[in-house]
Design a binder for this molecule. Structure first.
Ligand code: GRF
Length: 197
């Protein structure tokens, strides 16, 4: 089975999934390989990380479609064309900072997964850690969920809870949550693949 991962930036969640798929003791259980990592920005640092791990990469630049009649639809169509060559069992969003069209989401229904750095349904969208601190949350976390057309919604597949500590800043909290995301995402994906086997 193939997995395609979409990134926009650092790609540390992508790297965690690649690592899990390549680990000797996981390989049998993981049951899939990351066949392609796609970024919407040519400068995404995660591209080099993927290549260093022996994973093929592609760039589908959203900016290239700015002049199209419907830029989002044109970008999504090209993205889908590149993804479909892999015939992936799963398409994973990992720090992919583009909102996808309903048509794209429907095309990958049941196969499209995202990770979001909050305990959904609280704090969809951006600045999740600052908003959680401002609200006085004592616990934050991350959520892996199925992607539906509505941003950061969709059935929850797994969550991790992280306590807020005295003096926490949004940056510090983001780092602590991110290190837990790296454990959560591969675990949830492995579970999904086992169900699909
Ligand atoms: C993660 O916190 C992810 O949940 C969010 O953006 C961050 C991406 O980090 N959507 P990375 O690119 O996986 O390092």
């Amino acid at each position: 089975k193939n997995i395609v991962i979409l990134i926009s930036g650092g790609g540390s969640n992508m790297a965690a999934i690649v690592q899990a798929s390549q680990r000797e003791d996981w390989a049998g259980r993981f049951g899939a390989r990351v066949s392609l990592v796609i970024a919407n920005k040519p400068a995404a640092p995660g591209l080099a990380t993927a290549r260093a791990a022996g994973i093929a990469t592609a760039v589908v630049e959203h900016k290239a479609f700015a002049a199209a009649a419907d830029p989002r639809a044109a970008f999504d169509a090209e993205l889908a064309a590149v993804i479909d060559r892999e015939a992936p069992a799963l398409v994973l969003l990992a720090g992919f900072m583009r909102i996808l069209t309903p048509g794209f989401v429907e095309r990958y229904a049941g196969r499209l997964i995202n990770i979001h750095p909050s305990l959904l349904p609280a704090f969809a969208g951006l600045q999740t850690h600052q908003r959680a601190l401002d609200a006085g949350c004592q616990f934050v976390g991350a959520t892996v969920h199925r992607v539906t057309p509505e941003l950061d919604h969709g059935p929850i597949l797994g969550q991790v809870v992280v306590p807020v500590l005295p003096g926490d800043t949004a940056e510090g909290l983001a780092q602590r949550v991110l290190s837990q995301e790296h454990r959560l995402y591969p675990r949830v994906v492995a579970g999904l693949l086992a169900e699909m086997a």
